[in-house]
Design a protein around this ligand. Sequence first.
Ligand SMILES: *Cc1c(COP(=O)(O)O)cnc(C)c1O
Length: 396
Amino acid sequence: MLSRIARGISSSPTLAISAKAKQMKSEGVDIIGFGAGEPDFGTPQHIKDAAIQAINEEFTKYTPVPGIPELKEAICTKLKNDNGLHYGPDQIVISNGAKHSLANAFAVLLDPGDEVIVPAPYWVTYPELVKLCHGKPVIIDTTAEDGFKLTVAHLEKAVTAKTKALILNSPSNPTGRIYLEEELKAIADFAVEKGIFVISDEIYEKLVYGKNKHLSIASFNDQIKALTIVINGVSKSYAMTGWRIGYSASAAELSKAMGNIQSHQTSNANSIAQKAAHAALSGSQDCVQEMCRAFDNRRRFMVERIRKIPLLEAIEPEGAFYLFVSVEGLINRSYAGKVITGGDDFAEYLLEHFAVAVVSGSAFGAPNYIRLSYATSMENIERGLERIEKFVCSCT
Ligand SMILES: *Cc1c(COP(=O)(O)O)cnc(C)c1O
């Protein structure tokens, strides 16, 4: 009954464990969750006020498909000031979240059988979106030794006559790693030489810690800019995941095509949420700083705390709000007579016996890892890590 495409798409593997965690919670178990993929803060008041005003002013009708002019202008200003990127409003398409912008990007780039290079660990959605657009995801495993980053050496091995695009996500979900200028430059030169498009998912650009800096790959020169589709949005920076506003910036030919596709699939993004996103981008950025500082405190606490737990190895995050932890040291050890073969077992036993929910790295193409989100309170982090330590120390 189902199409080949539909049969080829997996459900989100992170959902099974969160469903189980929810069920345990409803049964009264004191669950500590490290699964959250969204900020635990409320949306800042001035952003909510803009939405309320939009409703009261009856800003409740269709807008132009690629977005309202004032939000497009605010996005152009942001790209110029933060990223040194000069785009005109006709190069911006506002969509129902960055995820939707990614779907639009693959829809306009891919013909059946076109290959897209996806570095692993990857955000779960990338390979599935490529498949939905009849493309073929080509997964490239990166390692802790590479800092979990794609290199030209990887690309040279992976590239074929069918390679149409590659995906970059910096800062990365799930590893929290950030590409350095020279690393991006090397990839940019390679992409220009081969004429490969770059989908640059920069959704975590504002959540960057310490001396680390975010740089957009599109900013080196006009050639790479013409090949790049910059993806961004307000979900993560402004605690606005539910509002569903993301956007792309690209060559005008691509943005026009994305607008055409969106015009038939969803039309404009929510009119009220567009007004709210405009307030987010054009208002004071103090709220972003505040949230970023809180994430940074939790990040430093967690890295230090995990380093005191034997057999676990934390990858120090430079951005985003996830800690990626290797459980390789526990492989072939057992808990309550059951052997741990990787992140899946670790996550399952930890939830069942210690009521702590984490996401297995297998969801991201890295089965010997787990991902812990620090978009949760310091109190939860402290209690959760105590339990994780108990669990690890009782494995034999
Ligand atoms: C959360 C997330 C997105 C999607 O964000 P929305 O704008 O809410 O659709 C995109 N990419 C990555 C890597 C994410 O973690």
